[in-house]
Design a protein around this ligand. Structure first.
Ligand code: PBG
Length: 326
């Protein structure tokens, strides 16, 4: 027998010991389910590139939210899917107080109050250009003009019942402008969950199918971040914190665990990670073929995102993971 001063396997000997020494926890309370809402009645539209995921009309959205709350899930992130005729150059539907989106937010707040509601503040679901900002005649994404619209949008979401507004557009200065607009209107208790480090990623494909929101020209690289950069993410976080962000986000998640960890080292607000549509689709596709055990891979990835330092995870697996976690 070897004489070994240390045998790490001793602490892995039984399930009870493993549970005692486990460093990271994953519970439904950490999870937020993104949900897509469409106009209509009993309307359920499957999204082919996101197996098992559907766009739902408000009545069905409420049923889904009730189930998620009963599973102990922490919150929902709501996104509107609009028909092409409601989209225009100025994203005017984004600030329509009678629009589908504020109606959906109010309904969820009223019927399922125990869910924390995050609302997406960006123009892409409303813009015929498919960009997160307003576009000039020469094709430039206009920062300051966009921020003005985002601030009005955030107030509309707060009035409808959002707990956190979540600017996902990566315009400069939007967190400060939104904070000020919310405070002026008396919404001191509505938080800002800033998509601080959002990368120009190929993992967003299925989401753009879900909302029919792919950019009609060019790409999003003048506002979303270069996947090569991590120090730049720290800069974005520093600015968003100075402007009053209550939580910061890294997006996507799995390919950016180092970014989550780097932010964890410097930030004193909760960190959210968004496991995006392409990450979900990859697991689903491989599991469908029997190449991986989908449930185990799902839980392993979510745990890894928590281990990297995320407090909250936005994930299309929220419901399935909560069921598994029991
Ligand atoms: C844009 C937005 C995107 C997602 C959420 N909000 C993607 C984009 O930049 O087109 C992606 C989410 C996902 O892929 O799951 N405001």
């Amino acid at each position: 027998m070897l004489v070994l001063p240390e045998r790490p396997r001793r602490n892995r000997r039984t399930e009870a010991i493993r549970r005692l020494v486990r460093e990271t926890s994953l519970t439904p309370a950490h999870l937020v389910a993104p949900l897509f809402v469409v106009d209509g009645d009993r309307e359920r539209q499957p999204i082919p590139s996101m197996p098992g995921y559907e766009r739902l009309s408000i009545d069905l959205l409420l049923e889904k939210c009730r189930q998620l709350a009963d599973l102990g899930i922490g919150g929902v992130a709501l996104f509107p899917a609009l028909p092409a005729y409601k989209k225009d150059k100025t994203a005017s539907e984004a600030t329509n107080p009678d629009g589908l989106f504020p109606r959906a937010v109010s309904a969820v707040k009223e019927q399922v109050p125990e869910l924390t509601i995050f609302t997406d503040v960006a123009l892409d679901p409303y813009s015929c250009d498919g960009h997160d900002g307003l576009v000039s005649e020469t094709g430039e994404i206009l920062n300051d003009e966009t921020v003005e619209v985002l601030a009005r949008m955030a107030v509309l979401h707060a009035r409808a019942g959002a707990d956190y507004v979540a600017p996902s557009d990566m315009m400069d200065g939007r967190v400060g402008a939104i904070r000020e607009a919310l405070d002026v209107e008396g919404f001191h208790n509505v938080g800002i969950m800033a998509y601080s480090a959002k990368y120009a990623s190929a993992f967003y494909g299925p989401f753009r199918d879900a909302l029919d929101s792919a950019p009609k020209f060019g790409d999003k690289k003048t506002y979303q971040m270069d996947p090569a950069n991590v120090r730049e993410a720290l800069r974005e976080v520093r600015l968003d914190l100075a402007e009053g962000a209550d939580m910061v986000m890294v997006k996507p998640a799995l390919a950016y665990l180092d970014v989550i960890r780097a932010i964890w080292e410097i930030s004193d607000v909760p960190i959210t990670a968004y496991q995006v549509s392409g990450e979900y689709a990859m697991v689903k596709a491989a599991a469908e073929r029997g190449w991986i055990d989908g449930d185990r891979v799902m839980l392993e990835i979510l745990l890894a995102i928590r281990r990297a330092g995320a407090d909250v995870i936005f994930t299309y697996f929220a419901e399935e993971a909560a069921q598994q976690l029991g």
